[in-house]
Design a protein around this ligand. Structure first.
Ligand SMILES: *Cc1c(COP(=O)(O)O)cnc(C)c1O
Length: 436
């Protein structure tokens, strides 16, 4: 078997959309982006959706839009992809990292303790597609003690009058909280359409607005669209029309618009998402649970409770009692068997850049605990039943080696050349051929 971790979903409908875009000869921002934005609004029920060329650029845009600047603080979890912190740093502000809970999401109590007079925003991350506790986060923001600390320093901050709640919904398109998208549980949600995400545009992202009534969603939408185009008041499509050459630059914008050729991929996928692609992911997660739940080391990922349902972006398996080094060996062994697994995430305080900025992993014990025993299994609609079964058997076998093995014996397995043979023999008996 050779099972990749997360290949993009590309069927005939995706190819047709892309080919049609090429044939129409309009490849940058235009009608495909518009249709895609409308589909996202339908799926999330948000007031407006602005497509951009990545989650990262969308986050930078929204922090700038809110007037976040040098010296401001933005509270984020230590357990996320680096982009969450980098977007804050790009605005000159300070990412204040706090620890997570056992469900991988930011701990609202730690958020409360981290709030200061400089706090302008909180970015909560729906890890693996599991929505954060937005109800509690919103309640904390609205507490009078917290709210009294907030000082508005820009027009948008004035209009909001409190800390901005941003959802890093890079993983969670289609997830629900009391039936609602994370885009309805926060002020602003940003989705990612990077190649490995549930819906992809190769690279891309989308900002969904769910601002209070003091804002006009259409006005903000139009302002943000201009912001994504260098602050230019007319997009390329409008300019291309006969006589439409004159334009103006209204302010210092960014250049982060999504091209139509990219939107075409996402547009074909989103049409199949709710009825086909998302249910398939859920089905695979259930099969993994069924196949692994008898194992006493199996810690089930958060997938569903009375309020929430995951978008099943990842299947973040955790193995009870395993060390970081043992987890690494399980992943190596899985690779030898042809199963590409992954880890989500290396906590940011463990990465060189953030270490150098002064963050220490010792301050985030839950993040480290989750990271050290986590393995993300392949989960995507194209997986066949035979592949799912093979992954389950391979996980059980490779974990069992680590769980049963005395520490001294491990050194012998270090020789990479023999590793494949050892794993294959241990798992499938002598002489079994693995197809790698
Ligand atoms: C993928 C990802 C991002 C970044 O998305 P891009 O579109 O690649 O910029 C941000 N946050 C999380 C949690 C992610 O997984």
């Amino acid at each position: 078997m050779n099972i990749p971790f997360s290949p993009p979903f590309i069927d005939q409908s995706v190819i047709d959309q892309v080919v049609q875009t090429l044939q129409d000869k309009w490849i940058t921002t235009g009608p495909k982006v518009k249709s895609f934005e409308q589909e996202i609004v339908k799926l999330t029920n948000s007031d407006a959706a602005v497509c951009v060329n990545s989650w990262t650029s969308g986050a930078i845009l929204m922090l700038k839009w809110f007037g976040i600047k040098e010296g401001d603080e933005v509270i984020i979890p230590a357990y996320t992809y680096c982009a969450t912190a980098l977007s804050v740093l790009h605005c000159g502000a300070i990412p204040v990292m706090v620890d997570i809970n056992d469900d991988f999401c930011i701990d609202p109590e730690k958020v409360r303790k981290a709030i200061t007079a400089k706090t302008k925003a909180i970015i909560a991350v729906d890890i693996a597609g599991w929505p954060c506790n937005y109800v509690e986060l919103k309640a904390i923001i609205l507490e009078s003690e917290v709210n009294n600390m907030f000082t508005a320093e820009s027009d948008k901050q004035q209009l909001l009058g409190r800390i901005l709640l941003i959802a890093d919904a890079a993983h969670s398109i289609g997830a629900t909280y009391n039936g609602l998208s994370s885009a309805k549980m926060s002020d602003i949600a940003i989705f990612s359409f990077h190649a490995v995400k549930n819906i992809t545009t190769a690279e891309g992202g989308c900002i969904c607005l769910n601002l209070p009534r003091s804002f006009n969603a259409m006005t903000e939408y139009e302002y943000l669209k201009i912001y994504t185009l260098n602050g230019q008041n007319k997009d390329a499509l409008a300019k291309s029309k006969g006589g439409g050459w004159r334009y103006d630059i209204l302010f210092q914008g960014l250049k982060i618009n999504m091209p139509d050729i990219c939107a075409a991929i996402g547009l074909a996928q989103i049409k199949k998402y709710t009825n086909e692609l998302l249910p398939k992911r859920k089905e695979i997660a259930s099969k993994y649970c069924k196949g692994l739940e008898q194992m006493d080391w199996f810690i089930k990922p958060p997938l569903q409770d009375n309020e929430r349902e995951s978008s099943h972006h990842l299947f973040p398996l955790r193995i009870m009692g395993i060390t970081e080094a043992q987890r690494d060996r399980v992943i190596d062994d899985l690779a030898q068997l042809g199963v590409a697994a992954n880890v989500h995430f290396i906590p940011m305080p463990m990465l060189t850049y953030f270490k150098n900025l002064g963050y220490h992993i010792e301050d985030y014990p839950v993040a480290y605990k989750q990271y050290s025993c986590e393995i993300s299994l392949p989960i995507y609609p194209q997986l066949s039943d035979a592949e799912i079964q093979f992954i389950i058997e391979s996980v059980i076998a490779t974990v069992q080696i680590q769980v049963n093995k005395p520490a001294q014996a491990e050194a012998k397995d270090k020789n990479k050349k023999t590793r494949k043979a050892i794993v294959s023999t241990r798992i499938f008996g002598h002489g079994h051929q693995t197809h790698i």
